[in-house]
Design a binder for this molecule. Structure first.
Ligand SMILES: [Zn+2]
Length: 186
């Protein structure tokens, strides 16, 4: 967004500005601007090990976005906070950014489901902003109805139908489902 590319004195009263942006343009615009400001305040790149944790949790979700023709964000491997219990990075489009956080205390499957949840929230807003159905990933059992929900079952991160409870496919395996056993719940 144009406004976030402005620099220098524009941010002298950044908190006031964010309040104004939030009330006039909505929380997404304020969040995008806040992230832009935080990126300037924390300009470092992720370390190699942080990058590995970040990409391991994020890349499977990006795969699912690509395979379903959804909007794929640019990824910034730049932390926006310094909490040692997390790895931080962010995703962005031309119009909005979202800070992603990987909680290191979680298992690999839990991290994946947690990141899928974060990315999904960004994706449905992006789709809606483009006038596309905001149901990503769409439930194949109930077309034009609802998105799948990320869940952890038996130490696996899965996209599940919130209505039937069925596990549809593993997170990160969209488009590969014919090769995988579809696991029914219960
Ligand atoms: Zn469903």
């Amino acid at each position: 967004m144009e406004i976030s590319s402005n620099g220098g004195g524009f941010f002298d009263n950044a908190d006031d500005l964010l309040s104004t942006i939030e009330s006039e343009l909505g929380p997404e615009a304020a969040e995008a601007l806040r992230l832009s400001r935080e990126r300037r305040q924390h300009p470092r790149e992720l370390t190699d090990s942080e990058s590995r944790e970040f990409r391991t949790a994020l890349d499977p979700v990006l795969h699912d976005l690509r395979m379903s023709g959804a909007i794929v964000p640019d990824v910034r491997e730049q932390p926006w906070d310094d909490d040692p219990d997390f790895v931080f990075g962010w995703i962005e489009s031309a119009s909005s950014g979202l800070g992603i956080r990987i909680q290191l205390g979680l298992s690999a499957a839990e991290r994946l489901a947690d990141v899928a949840d974060q990315v999904q929230e960004w994706e449905v807003e992006e789709l809606a902003a483009e006038g596309r159905p905001a149901t990503w990933p769409e439930c194949p059992e109930h077309p034009d109805s609802h998105p799948l929900t990320p869940e952890v079952r038996d130490s696996r991160a899965l996209w599940c139908c919130p209505k039937s409870g069925h596990a549809i496919h593993p997170i990160g395996a969209l488009g590969l489902s014919s090769l995988l056993v579809v696991v029914a719940s219960g």
